[in-house]
Structures are given as structure tokens and as C-alpha cells.
Design a protein around this ligand. Structure first.
Ligand SMILES: C[S@@+](CC[C@H](N)C(=O)[O-])C[C@H]1O[C@@H](n2cnc3c(N)ncnc32)[C@H](O)[C@@H]1O
Length: 217
């Protein structure tokens, strides 16, 4: 399904408090270096239009949130949404999430990693481009504290099944996947993300799970 055109915020809007380029980040990316406090930190990979990060950051002022989005226009759009929502505990990062998890995020430092409706890369030869893969799962697990959460939702059954199998093989510390339920929307934007909204409206099934990291011994 094609994506709609997206509008960037007007150039007169100052996004400097809610948007950073990936090249301008501190080497030790965390709550202290980004927000100047020690609140638990959650990261969303592939924020798209930013519905999750704007809603969730306002609902949970006791946590900090970073959204990482590789397409600059979408990162700016999401940052504009944070400004509009009045969110003071969330920042959008414009750039690729992969190297961040490789280099900038300390082990055991995250409360949650969220990946919602990642690009499916249907063709077998392109599957290695998927954002949830063996390398990223190992990185997410390393970055999470014990008890921390990894949320993975998709409407692509093959992606879902392969990921569940792969995690069972390589990340026993994640334990069994915990199903997450669909919540009935109370208004037009009452969805976890825009892609969830789109799937539900087109009656496309959505597969939702969360993992909680534990100690394996
Ligand atoms: C299909 S969209 C889903 C967007 C949003 N999560 C939602 O559910 O509405 C996937 C998003 O992930 C972004 N993305 C893909 N690879 C990425 C990467 N390596 N780092 C950050 N964002 C990425 C894409 O640009 C796109 O906006």
C-alpha cells in the first residue's frame, strides 16, 4: 500500500529542542546526555509519522523517549508532532538506528525498545534489510536492562513468524513472547501508530507481541 505524502513543519518552526541529527549525538546516548535526568529511557525504531512517540511521551512523563527515523522528512514531521503535543520528555533522532545500537547505547541502559510495523522487505534476497534481524535483536537485548521490554508489532505474518522463531533460537533471555491485545479506538488517532490505524481500517490482521528480558542461568 503506498504511503501518503507527508508535510514537513514550516521552516519558521524551531525544532531544535525535539530533533537531532544522528551525527550530532553524544557517544553515550542516554537519559542523562539527552534530557539531563535519570528517568528510564524508551526507544522507538522507525517512528514514521510519530504517533506513538507523541502520544506515549505525553501519557508517561515519568519516562523519556527517543524516536529514530531514517527518512529526514518523517523525522521532522514527528518532531513537529512532539512540539504540538507539548512533549518535553521526547526527542526525534533523524538517521539510521542500527549504528546507534552498535555504538552509542550502553548495555543494560534501556527500559524498552519499540518496533512497530517495520518495512516488510518481501523479497527473500532483501530480507537482510529488515530492521528486526539477528544483529538488531542481539543489540536490543544487550541495550535493555533486565525486566526491560521489546515490543514488536507487524501485519506481515511471515515477518512475525520468522522473528518469533529467530528470537527463540538466539535470545533465550527474552523468554516466550507475550501477546499484546488490540485496544478499541476511542477516537480517530487512538491507535498505537499510523500503520496500526491503517491495518485496522483495512481489516488486515495485526500480530502484536512483547518480550521481557530476564536473567537466564
Ligand atoms: C512501515 S513504516 C512504520 C512507521 C511507524 N512505526 C508506524 O507503525 O506507523 C517503517 C518506518 O521505519 C523507518 N526505518 C526503516 N529503517 C530504519 C532504520 N534503520 N532506522 C530508523 N528508521 C528506519 C522507515 O523510514 C519508516 O518510516
Amino acid at each position: 500500500m503506498p504511503r501518503h505524502q507527508i508535510r514537513s513543519p514550516k521552516s519558521s518552526v524551531d525544532l531544535s529542542t525535539v530533533l537531532r541529527d544522528v551525527d550530532q549525538l553524544p557517544a553515550d546516548l542516554g537519559s542523562q546526555s539527552m534530557f539531563g535526568n535519570d528517568l528510564p529511557l524508551e526507544i522507538e525504531v522507525g517512528s514514521g509519522k510519530g504517533l506513538f512517540i507523541s502520544t506515549e511521551s505525553v501519557a508517561h512523563p515519568e519516562h523519556n523517549f527517543l524516536g529514530v527515523e531514517i527518512v529526514g522528512k518523517y523525522a521532522s514531521h514527528s518532531a513537529g508532532r512532539l512540539l504540538k503535543a507539548g512533549s518535553t520528555n521526547a526527542i526525534m533522532i533523524s538517521g539510521n538506528a542500527e549504528p546507534l545500537f552498535e555504538k552509542n547505547i550502553a548495555a543494560g541502559s534501556l527500559e524498552a525498545v519499540h518496533v512497530y510495523f517495520p518495512d516488510p522487505w518481501w523479497k527473500k534476497k532483501h530480507r537482510k534489510r529488515r530492521v528486526v534481524n539477528e544483529t538488531s535483536v542481539r543489540n536490543f537485548s544487550r541495550a535493555l536492562r533486565v525486566g526491560g521490554r521489546f515490543h514488536f508489532w507487524t501485519d506481515v505474518l511471515d515477518y512475525f513468524e520468522n522473528t518469533i522463531e529467530m528470537i527463540a533460537d538466539i535470545a533465550p533471555e527474552f523468554g516466550v513472547p507475550i501477546p499484546e491485545e488490540e485496544v478499541e479506538a476511542q477516537h480517530d488517532l487512538d491507535y498505537r501508530t499510523h500503520f496500526e490505524r491503517r491495518s485496522i481500517r483495512h481489516q488486515i490482521p495485526v500480530y502484536r507481541v512483547r518480550y521481557e528480558k530476564r536473567v537466564v542461568g
